[in-house]
Design a protein around this ligand. Sequence first.
Ligand code: EPZ
Length: 436
Amino acid sequence: MDKFVIRGGNPLLGTIRVSGAKNSALPCMAAAILTEDEVVLENIPQVRDIETERKLLVSMGGEVELGYGRAQHRTTISCRLLSDPVAKYEIVKTMRASSLVLGPLVARTGLARVAMPGGCAIGGRPIDLHIKGLETMGATITYEHGYIEARAERLKGAHINFDKITVTGTEDLLMAAVLAEGETVLENCAREPEVTDLAALLTAMGAKIEGAGTSIIRVQGVDKLHGARHRINPDRIEAGTFLVAGAITGGDLCIANCNPAHLSAIIGKLEEAGARIDILGKDSIRVRSEGQLKAADVSTEEYPGFPTDMQAQYMALATQADGTSVVTENIFENRFMHVQELVRMGANIKVDGRTATIRGKSPLSAAAVMCSDLRASASLVLAAMVADGESILDRVYHMDRGYEHIEEKLRGVGAQIRRMGNIFADKRELATAEAY
Ligand code: EPZ
């Protein structure tokens, strides 16, 4: 398993570029199931979850080209033949977002079999609201051998009010509704930019959608959708992570290819913590700090509030701020896996239920630490960049799920970070090489 070796102490200086949003690309790739025509998606990030989604679509009979040439970062998907509308456990267990194929499969083929996604490090991650919505639209749901089976001659438009705001639940049912018979009204929807991005693709494919990005989405079902070409939004969480990186290292960093309009809550919080942020135009933003940061409380909320996906990264910054910061995680029940690793580096953090109290400024010392999930990994990278000495981060495959070429990007602006393959695996490969 790959590790990162990071030596702290360098302020980040220069320009760093943001890739396409993983959490936009995943539903948009699933949307290709809804048509027999080709769907072309640009600005796809080269991350592990995208490869997993490619495997998933191919396993169901789809054809997926995925290219990352310099200009490309493009995928071309054709689901003309969906010979096997089953999302198998071997794939689903590696990526919960596989449940995003549930709605489109039922809408397109009348049948979907999706392995129940287990929980993950940050929580139980149920999909009961996805299922309840499909039942309301007339699907018959059965459970057997760890799979959900959803059947419907043709889904019927319905009025669905989500008990809780759910991002992929909104996306799944939006994709179910676009081919349903009649009108569907979705209430208490997620307002994340990833929902709006998906709705833009679906509209380009011929869907009739109003209200995406608000809490009420109205869909007029159509009989057929056609292919389309669509450019994926920049990744607002990657951009937010880089804003924190510039602030925590006392650097001067320009973040390019981003969308500042999606970053308001993050920008506001970092300015409250003492960072200086300037919006340089429609797709770039500058963060500076002399390293004197102030404590500021954070409470995670659905968009447009402060994102749960930025909580771990912000906590790393809070360890370097003067004063006491209180971080409250309202979305997931177990999203403090990074805390113990930060404490091992010298942070002063106490957790009580969904609240963490961080007392700073605590000088951090380099350590061998373990990544547990995607955003916890980002938090440890940020901490290691300001720790005294050389840290070793293990299980960085978590980071590779959602951050494209992260070590090259950070090295390009002055971070001392390199990837170290598993020495045993390397020796084994070397041995094999020598044998031939
Ligand atoms: C999406 O997950 C993102 N993933 C997550 O990003 C993100 O953290 C999350 O939204 C919140 O913003 C993708 O878009 C692929 P939810 P999702 O459904 O849709 C409960 C990352 O780091 N809930 O909005 O799975 C759920 O337990 C990942 O990139 C139900 O109870 O999250 C949670 O408490 C991590 N029943 C809350 O709702 C349901 O049927 C919000 O979850 C669905 C959700």
